[in-house]
Design a protein around this ligand. Sequence first.
Ligand SMILES: [Ca+2]
Length: 92
Amino acid sequence: MTDLNTAMCLIISTFEKYAGKEGDKHTLSKLELKELLQNELGELLGKASDKAAVDRIFDDLDSNKDNSVDFAEFGKMIFCLTVMCHEYFCKK
Ligand SMILES: [Ca+2]
């Protein structure tokens, strides 16, 4: 496995770990998204535990408005955050 393959597998397995907790095992409910944000991205997102913030992030990610966040919707967030991290580290 290359480093990039490993990174892709970790993104998938992290998504599935939280998506599998309740309801549809391959999409994130709002509660599952909240737990993922708190446990996995807390340092990056800071106050993501704030209910209004979670509601807004969930609504933004749920682009097809089916009241769940699928892997493609989640992937867009990871990509955007990764681009922001890249910009941050390039400026340093
Ligand atoms: Ca959705």
